[in-house]
Structures are given as C-alpha cells and as structure tokens.
Design a protein around this ligand. Structure first.
Ligand code: ADP
Length: 160
C-alpha cells in the first residue's frame, strides 16, 4: 500500500491546497493530510477548526484522511508507514526553503521521499496568508478558497 503525508499549516485550506490533495490522492492509495502544530506560528484558526474545514472539503475523496501532528514530519510519516511526504510548489521563492526541508528530512529518514507537485497556473498566486489578508479587509475570496472556508473567514472577521 502506497501512503503519503501532506503536511502543512492549512490556516486555512485554500483551492491551491485542495488541488494538490486531489492530485496526490490519485497517485497514492492513502493520503494523510496532516495539520502541523507549529508553535512558531500564530494561527488564525485553531487546530480543530482547520481540521474541520479540511474534513469537509476532502469528504469527496474516499482515500484522504485528516489528522494533526506535533514534532517532526518524518516521525509522523514513519509512524503512519508512509513512503512519501507531499509538498506543493508555487514559485521559485518556495524552492529554497522546500529544498532545504526535503534534504533535512532525507537526512533524518532515508526511507521517506519528498514528492513535489507543481501548482496549477491559476492557483499559483494563492496562499493562506494572502487569503487571510484579503478577508480581513472584507475582500472577496471566493475564487481562492472553498465556500465553507469563505464562510468561516467571514465569521471570524465579523467578530473582530
Ligand atoms: P507550511 O506552513 O507547511 O508551508 P502551508 O499550509 O502554507 O503550510 O502549505 C502547505 C503546503 O502546500 C506547502 O508545500 C505549500 O508550498 C503548498 N501550497 C500552498 N499553497 C499552494 C498553492 N496555491 N498551490 C500549490 N501548493 C501550495
């Protein structure tokens, strides 16, 4: 069985993430979308909220599981018997950091491969941070995130 982990902050999940999920789910028997509890970042949405949104938008994919993890991605991958870590690439600017991370992970765990999927051109400009910024000023994010996420963003910023 081919298993992959797609780790990320997913704060919140965007159409760009969803496209990567959809494509990775075709390549692997099981895809575990894993929310990383990165203490270095101050998230807008709690882990539970991020997982709820992910579960809702990945419901159509029978082989996609949503989970969360603390610590090293390679350890989480190993624990779940995954052979691969999925990452998405948008631009050259993503490359350096992703390259370093992939090499570090390879050093830590040689049996786990990082697989990069290139963004779709129409999603290349989408990032969670841009989505949050647009939504915080009341801008329209309907082409950037699934409807449930747009609704959650509206709720979030209404109360601020
Ligand atoms: P992280 O904090 O781990 O970077 P993100 O949620 O920002 O978490 O991103 C998770 C993964 O999804 C990363 O590999 C990132 O490059 C990728 N990604 C984010 N947005 C897009 C997009 N629009 N198209 C393709 N990949 C994307």
């Amino acid at each position: 069985m081919r298993i992959a982990v797609y780790p990320g902050s997913f704060d919140p999940v965007t159409n760009g993430h969803l496209d990567i999920i959809e494509r990775a789910a075709i390549l692997f028997d099981r895809l575990i979308v894993a929310v990383s509890l990165n203490p270095g970042k101050q998230p807008l949405f709690s882990v539970e909220e991020r997982m709820d949104m992910l579960k809702e938008v990945t419901q159509p994919f029978y082989n996609v599981i949503v989970d969360a993890f603390n610590g090293l991605t390679v350890n989480f991958a190993k624990k779940n018997e995954a052979q691969a870590i999925i990452r998405g690439l948008r631009a050259i600017s993503d490359f350096e950091n992703e390259f370093m991370m992939a090499l570090t992970n390879k050093k830590l765990q040689t049996s786990v491969e990082t697989v990069f999927l290139m963004t779709r051109a129409e999603y290349s400009f989408i990032s969670s941070s841009a989505v949050k910024e647009v939504a915080s000023f009341g801008g329209c994010v309907k082409d950037m995130v699934p409807p449930v996420v747009a609704e959650r963003l509206r709720e979030k910023f209404k109360n601020r």
